[in-house]
Design a protein around this ligand. Structure first.
Ligand SMILES: Cc1ncc(COP(=O)(O)O)c(C=O)c1O
Length: 527
């Protein structure tokens, strides 16, 4: 176990000059109370209902096993070796390959190291902002192990109601009205523009380009932009939504060094399970043979593992590992940055639901660290399989050339002319397709009669509608773009981006959808 509190390590630097004016003087409404919990004390302080008034007596949770999903799956249902598959179990009425635990009203022995860790007594009352103690401990141990943040003393975690809450709190903590933050040119949180303005950093297949980031900061003129040089960078530490890119280790290091030079706080969201940049196209057989511990050690390092000053606020969520409805996530950051985020939480949504914390917490204790790692690996294998089913349809219906230089492919119609590329895609997790307008017959004339930006928007809407009418719904990449259509046209962007999520449809639906996609795109280029 890595130690967070090794006094020999340097302390995190003071970054309080970054606090937004509105939060600078915020104090914790309820400072630590030395008398709370003192043996024999009669607590008339808090206005909370007595435990006996909670109508829920116990909660029993039936859950899948940590290894329900094989590492080399052939289908998308749990197929535990030696057990009937989940679906078979449901149809046949035989008991499913699940286990269960119960959260009682009162724990018989709260200090017991085995078995139940949570009780409704605490789950149904107000939670501490930091989260229920056993969950905080589990998350603290997990984050330390998974992210290897050990370069300064005192690194800490704080529970949130998910990554959206996590990020919004960061914006409120550090940005004054009208200020901007740096972000990938295509990202899933542009809506945070409601509170602050995203400033686009160009990316390529490996994520943010460090040289472009440095240039932007070095040449920043407040008068030109209308607001001071950004002090906060939002990116995704793992697989990017929507582009599927994974920021490489080298780039993370380079970006961290720039953040030190320009005094920037980095807030990476990790909303998908950790993954390995080298295995993003296909997990090799050797990778599948790794133990869970070895696998966790091999995932692409977090920004936290380079952070020697305490300027990274990592934002994790359980939305894609347990379920979005649990509304549970956590920060990992320095004690002082954690403190301001904690205070902001206490004046907004308080802590996440105690019931959720107890259910997810007990599940995590049941899985334990290796089991949770195994669960994540199983999920990764499922998404890889779904992606491959989708891509197989394109490989079957289009002429595909794999790129020699990157993990991507270019597609042309079958029997089409050389170089007449219609679409391209990187072979990552998300279906993020670029439709090449330079080969569209109407693009030049439409651009001449309107503008390149307007022509692109018009054609993008047409393609999206054609797809919808043919029976498949994609999301237009425009919705994730930070630069305006005019800025993108000015930068020479001549592609329509489309995102397809293959996370929940059946195999039959995915195959139908991608056959429609291939047909509609080919027809789109005919007129
Ligand atoms: C990049 C990114 N961040 C955050 C979220 C939402 O996370 P949460 O459910 O924890 O609010 C998503 C959802 O897909 C996402 O793609």
């Amino acid at each position: 176990m890595l130690s967070y509190s090794d006094e020999k390590k340097p302390k995190a630097i003071d970054l309080s000059h970054h606090y937004a004016d509105a939060v600078k003087d915020l104090k914790n409404t309820f400072p630590a109370n030395p008398f709370r919990g003192k043996p024999g004390i009669v607590d008339l302080d808090a206005g909370i209902p007595a435990t006996a008034y909670f109508p829920i007596e116990s909660v029993t949770v039936e859950h899948l096993n940590q290894d329900a999903y094989p590492l080399s799956p052939t289908d998308v249902v749990p197929t535990n070796s030696g057990l009937f598959s989940w679906i078979t179990s449901i149809f046949s009425g035989r008991s499913a390959s699940t286990k269960s635990f119960t959260i009682p009203r009162y724990l018989e022995d709260p200090s017991a190291t085995e078995g139940a860790k949570f009780e409704l007594k605490s789950a149904l009352t107000y939670s501490p902002n930091a989260g229920l103690a056993p969950l905080k401990k589990w998350i603290h141990d997990w984050s330390g192990h998974a992210n290897k943040p050990a370069l300064y003393c005192g690194l800490d975690t704080l529970i949130t109601t998910g990554a959206t809450d996590g990020w919004t709190r960061v914006v409120r903590a550090f940005l004054n009205p009208g200020e901007g933050f740096l972000a990938d040119d295509y990202n899933a949180l542009t809506q945070a523009g409601a509170f602050a303005r995203p400033v686009s950093i160009p990316t390529d297949v490996h994520g943010i380009k460090p040289a472009e980031l440095e240039h932007l900061l070095a040449t920043w003129e407040e008068n030109d932009h209308g607001f001071p040089r950004p002090r906060l960078l939002y990116t995704q530490g793992g697989i990017n939504n929507p582009t599927g890119q994974i920021l490489t280790t080298e780039r993370k290091k380079a970006i961290y060094d720039i953040a030190v030079r320009y005094d920037i706080i980095i807030a990476p969201t990790q909303y998908l399970p950790p993954s390995n940049e080298k295995e993003r196209v296909k997990a090799t057989e050797a990778a599948k043979k790794k133990t869970d511990e070895e696998w966790l050690d091999s995932v692409t390092p977090s920004f936290l593992s380079f952070d020697y000053q305490g300027r990274v606020i990592r934002i994790d969520t359980f939305s894609k590992t347990i379920g979005p409805g649990v509304r549970l996530g956590y920060y990992t950051t320095s004690p002082s940055l954690r403190r301001i985020l904690d205070i902001l939480g206490s004046v907004s949504n308080s802590a996440p639901s105690g019931l959720t914390q107890a259910i997810v917490g007990q599940l995590l204790y049941t899985f334990q660290r290796d089991g949770f790692t195994r669960w994540i690996r199983g999920l990764g294998a499922q998404y890889e399989l779904r992606r491959n089913w989708s891509l197989d349809v394109l490989f079957h219906n289009l002429h595909i050339e794999k790129s020699q230089t990157s993990s991507s492919f270019i597609a042309n119609r079958k029997g089409g002319k050389d170089n007449e590329k219609l679409l391209s895609k990187s072979l990552f997790s998300f279906g993020w397709f670029a439709i090449h307008l330079q080969n569209h017959p109407s693009f030049p004339s439409l651009s001449a009669s309107t503008s390149a930006a307007a022509a692109k928007t018009l054609l993008a809407d047409k393609l999206w509608n054609n797809l919808g009418e043919a029976g498949v719904l994609f999301r237009l990449g425009e919705l994730f773009a930070v630069p305006t259509p005019e800025e993108r046209a000015h930068n020479g962007e001549q592609v329509i981006y489309l995102r397809a999520s293959h996370s929940s449809s059946t195999r039959e639906e995915l195959e139908r959808a991608f056959k429609i996609f291939a047909d509609v795109v080919v027809k789109f280029f005919d007129h």
